[in-house]
Write a protein that binds this ligand. Structure first.
Ligand code: SF4
Length: 134
């Protein structure tokens, strides 16, 4: 089973109220092989919401508000779903501060990328779940 980013499955949960619909991911959901989750919504963040980036061990909005607690809670809740369905793989949205894997924005809101994982991706990897991005 796959756990997948809900925005890739076509849900409008992205920070700007849009989606990142990906036909491959939608196909996995249709076949009953994947369950979509949005860690940021599960963490209680609103949609739409200000853009956020990881800065050190925190997550900050573009306005300088520390939203780490919501990101952490959302990643924990989404991990519960992953475990509930017995997920062994994940397909997540690249570069997101929750879902990004391998590369995330550097915290300066300038579009620069650095090596690292989003909060949810890091948690899945720590549980031995294989993570790829779209
Ligand atoms: Fe998509 Fe993940 Fe961001 Fe939710 S937290 S909008 S699932 S990238």
């Amino acid at each position: 089973m796959y756990i997948v980013s809900a925005c890739l499955a076509g849900l409008c949960c992205r920070y700007d109220g849009g989606d990142n619909a990906d036909e491959r991911v939608i196909g996995l959901v249709r076949e009953g092989l994947a369950v979509p989750v949005c860690p940021e919504q599960l963490g209680g963040l609103p949609t739409p919401r200000p853009p956020c980036e990881i800065s050190g061990d925190r997550v900050m909005t573009v306005n300088g508000v520390d939203v780490s607690a919501g990101f952490l809670r959302g990643a924990q809740e989404a991990l519960k779903v992953a475990k509930m369905i017995g997920a062994d793989k994940a397909v997540l949205k690249a570069r997101s501060p929750s879902c990004g894997a391998g590369k995330v924005y550097d915290g300066t809101f300038s579009g620069r990328l650095v090596d690292g994982d989003g909060f949810f991706a890091a948690m899945l990897k720590a549980e031995g779940i294989e993570v790829e991005t779209e």
